[in-house]
Design a binder for this molecule. Structure first.
Ligand code: F6P
Ligand code: MG
Length: 478
């Protein structure tokens, strides 16, 4: 089912695949080893301690094999059905080495292999080595979180106030306002994807905070190279006008923390405005690409909001070390976060926001395989008005992570998920990898010619930083 176009490969020295394998994965593994080492040192149960040490060794071994360009070894069987497929594919790929393997497969293998070390243990089964990092990055997004909480509450209030300008507007004006708000919420949701922990090795916290504020969002509109928001809005609006009672929107989630927060901003807006009646969120079942959402991250986020004062005012390790005290939350901010918590937890309790995990999302292949390999999931997604795929990895999986000519239409590059699939796909992606499609002819060359864009190096550097974005739509129901 895979595309015949050659795939991004870690052996290509001009690619971000190579840089990821050489520089980023060792850093990520080192972070995981450090985190676990700390957790193990706090273990009081001797069995748990021994087991924790063994897992640390397993992680160190993986890092050694990667850095010494060894072959990828078959995954140990942890009883989950995807292991067979991972190992079969490894064999089919000819037992590749770390620096000459399809990027997408190898990167998925990396996280799946880490997961087997934990899932085959007794005491560390549900331990997430990335959990602390996810929470602390969310905490450092405080200014943007507070700004958005205030904005969201204000919008919800206006939507329900029958004396507001919106309520008194004509049908036509109301649609225009709804469309503008939809675009604003989607843009918030898009740029929230720049905050991904696996890239923190490139972006500073300061860069991230800059990306998260509302002013930068406006300035960034021209950084959206393909912008299909209007088409996405049209399909939701048509569905609403058709009078149909059940109109679902799905979000295939990417990162926890700030990005999940903005996903909920969009989800809440769609429900409160009536553009959707139900939102289905698709998280991962194992810690994945560092910061991806696992179900517990959703609960953690709501808890952080509920206990916002405690969360923001308790000094972090770093703050303790440098004797800093975090600034207290203002009364207004506290109230805003409380209302947000009330709103979202009510939507969740009413079943209007649902979490629906599926093992398919952490398999080693691209979404070209989805209709054939995961027919039930495919059928489920067909019931949705719109399926929003968040982030870079989802985009790589949609396009098969292949080296398409960048002017290839998106509808062609997503293969079986394209026309005729019965699924309406909307990808919201800040570019953090080589693959990109749907650009006008000549655009890639133009971007390469800009400062830091890659020039004549043969590298598509502009597409690695998360500073450019593509929003691509395909109506698979048409
Ligand atoms: O390109 C860097 C990278 O870590 C890729 O490995 C991966 O596709 C992506 O970033 C993760 O980003 P996101 O969280 O947006 O999917
Ligand atoms: Mg991610």
């Amino acid at each position: 089912y895979d595309t015949k176009v050659p795939l991004s490969n870690t052996g290509d020295k001009t690619s971000f695949a190579f840089i990821s394998a050489r520089d980023r994965w060792p850093i990520i593994l080192t972070g995981a080893i450090d985190d676990l080492h700390k957790a193990v040192s706090h273990a009081t149960d001797s069995e748990k301690l021994e087991e924790g040490k063994r897992i640390t060794e397993g992680l160190a071994k993986l890092k050694y094999e990667l850095q010494h360009d060894r072959q990828l070894t078959p995954l140990i069987n942890d009883g989950k059905p995807d292991i067979k497929a991972y190992n079969r594919e490894l064999e089919q790929r000819g037992d590749p080495k770390w620096f000459s393997v399809a990027w997408l497969y190898a990167e998925c293998y990396l996280y799946r292999r880490m997961a087997t070390l934990f899932s085959t243990s007794t005491h560390w089964k549900s331990y997430d080595v990335f959990s602390k990092q996810k929470a602390s990055t969310f905490r450092s997004s405080r200014p943007a979180v507070l700004e958005l909480a205030a904005r969201y509450n204000q919008i919800v209030k206006e939507l329900h106030d029958d004396k507001s300008a919106l309520a008194e507007a004509s049908e036509e004006q109301r649609t225009q306002t709804e469309k503008a708000l939809f675009t604003e919420m989607c843009e918030i949701c898009l740029w929230g994807n720049a905050t991904d922990l696996s890239l923190l090795t490139n972006l500073s916290y300061e860069d991230i905070q800059k990306l998260q504020g509302s002013e930068s969002r406006k300035a960034n509109e021209e950084k959206i190279l393909v912008n299909d928001f209007p088409a996405a809005f049209d399909c939701l609006e048509k569905a609403q006008q058709s009078g149909s009672k059940e109109r679902r929107v799905d979000i295939v989630l990417d990162n926890a923390g700030f990005e999940l927060f903005v996903d909920l901003v969009l989800a809440g807006y769609l429900l409160e405005s009536g553009l959707a009646t139900q939102i289905v969120l698709h998280p991962k079942n194992i810690p994945w690409f560092v910061s991806d959402v696992v179900p517990k991250d959703f609960a953690d986020l709501l808890n952080m909001l509920l206990n916002a004062k405690h969360f923001y005012e308790t000094p972090s390790e770093d703050e303790k070390a440098s004797d800093k005290t975090p600034e207290p939350l203002s009364k207004q901010d506290e109230e805003n976060l409380q209302s947000l918590f009330q709103n979202w937890s009510t939507l969740y309790a009413e079943g209007k926001i649902l979490l629906r995990p599926n093992n398919f999302w952490t398999e080693g292949g691209s979404y070209w395989r989805l209709p054939a390999i995961a027919p039930e999931l495919h059928q489920d997604l067909q019931d949705s008005e719109l399926v929003i795929f968040k982030g870079d990895l989802n985009y790589r999986k949609l396009t098969g992570d292949a080296m398409w000519d960048p002017s290839t239409p998106f509808t062609e590059a997503i293969g079986p998920m394209g026309p005729g699939s019965g699924v309406r796909v909307l990808a919201l992606r800040t570019c953090k990898a080589d693959v990109v499609v749907g650009l006008p002819k000549g655009k890639d060359e133009e971007l390469r010619g800009m400062e830091g864009g890659g020039g004549n190096s043969g590298c598509r550097k502009w597409a690695w930083s998360g500073k450019w974005a593509v929003v691509s739509f395909c109506d698979g129901k048409a």
